[in-house]
Design a protein around this ligand. Structure first.
Ligand code: HEC
Length: 370
């Protein structure tokens, strides 16, 4: 009897081990397929002029606004080991044209595809890159960034390559470790890049390309950060942490790392980097943080509304009111009608319902006012 029980026990263990081994093989296979999946992205490379003004603009964008160089702690852009944690090892590549660098072989289109879309020249997707923000870089700013990177002296350095560890493979299959390129709409219209100046509209562009939204949330209303021990990112909308702040309070806090009231900003708030933005840039960000929500309140729309929601409502309602797709394309600023139809065509059966819920075409007018 005992002998039989032991045999059944051994069989059960063997079956369990077999199932576990199979699960490992399946998880590994699925995540490897994701890592090696290739994307065909056609890009129109921006004009790159290597005059002193473009290079200076590029340096400012790289070091202060987009936070690229300082975030990877490699001001010479020669790469380093960015992060080595249980899910993955991330090596920031050497961007110069020295030995071990990619600078010598990247074409303008390769730079544009990598920075804006998170896709390498061979079509595979980058593991880590704030692509969703950089997608919105204007052609002029992207061109200036590339001009600056190309102007860097060659450095011979072979940083460690990125590698996904077993935990990372499991997280990827569970949908918890994303490849940024998979999460963005590669045909979406870009945020129009307004002329630089101390205005809310320019602040909107800056809060996007300077990665504030990665921590403070898509609509800047704050929340927990994905970093052990990190304080939550505060709500930057008028109802939140900046209530009662003046523009000077805001600029001073980002410059010095000391809040109005005297307390020190803790990591990972990158005030040392963001503090290198100009007064006009920080002023523009502050005006945007004030402007957008107050415009929502004035229009009688929910305070949680994101800018993207407004575009979406506007498009849905225009479809519901039988406006010709060509006109909708013009209003939304899409480069071609296929983009408009790809993004909004599927809404057709639903919009009549949501239009009747919203009750009045005046919401279209309010939404299109932004
Ligand atoms: C890497 C994540 C991260 C990024 C990127 C980031 N922040 Fe922060 N920010 C934080 C955290 C965390 C805090 C809270 C720090 C604390 O509690 O000491 C904070 C605090 C602040 C505060 C102080 C608010 C208060 O508590 O009184 C302001 C203002 C602010 N951030 C603005 C910005 C702006 C503007 C940007 C973009 C230029 C930005 N942050 C980018 C994480 C981030």
């Amino acid at each position: 009897m005992l002998h039989r029980l032991a045999r059944w026990f051994a069989i059960a263990i063997a079956v369990l081990l077999g199932v576990a081994a199979l699960a490992v093989v399946v998880v590994y296979g699925i995540s490897e397929a994701q890592l090696h999946k290739t994307y065909q992205i056609d890009v129109a490379p921006p004009a790159i002029s290597s005059d002193a003004a473009s290079i200076a603009r590029g340096r400012h964008l790289v070091t202060a606004v987009s936070m690229c160089a300082a975030n990877i702690d490699a001001p010479n852009l020669a790469g380093n080991l960015f992060l080595d944690i249980p899910p993955a090892r991330l090596g920031a590549p050497n961007l110069t044209s020295g030995t071990g660098g990619i600078g010598g072989r990247y074409t303008a289109a390769d730079w544009a595809r990598t920075i804006r879309h998170g896709v390498r020249p061979d079509g595979t997707r980058l593991l880590f890159m704030p692509t969703a923000n950089f997608y919105h870089l204007s052609d002029a700013d992207l061109g200036a960034i590339i001009a600056y990177v190309k102007s860097m002296p060659p450095v011979d350095n072979q940083p460690p390559t990125s590698q996904v560890y077993p935990l990372g493979h499991a997280l990827m299959v569970a949908g918890l470790l994303g490849l940024p390129a998979a999460e963005i709409d590669h045909a979406a219209p870009r945020i129009p890049a307004p002329t630089p100046g101390r205005a809310a509209e320019y602040g909107r562009y800056l809060t996007t390309i300077s990665t504030c939204r990665d921590c403070h949330g898509a609509n800047l209303s704050g929340g927990p950060i994905d970093e052990p021990g990190a304080p939550p990112a505060p709500n930057l909308t008028p109802a939140g942490a900046l209530k009662g702040w003046s523009e000077a309070d805001f600029i001073n806090t980002i410059r010095t790392g000391v809040r109005r009231g005297g307390s020190q900003l803790r990591a990972p708030m990158p005030w040392q980097i963001a503090g290198q933005m100009t007064d006009d840039e920080l002023g523009a960000i502050f005006r945007y943080l004030r402007h957008f929500k107050s415009a929502l309140i004035k229009a009688g729309l929910p305070k949680t509304t994101r800018f993207h929601d407004l575009r979406h409502w506007c498009a849905s309602l225009l479809i519901a009111y039988d406006v010709h797709p060509k006109a909708i394309q013009e209003i939304l600023g899409h480069a071609n009608i296929t983009t408009t139809l790809n993004i909004y065509g599927h809404l057709l059966p639903k919009v009549l319902h949501s239009a009747s819920e919203c009750g009045s075409p005046s919401i279209t007018r309010r939404a299109s006012a932004f």
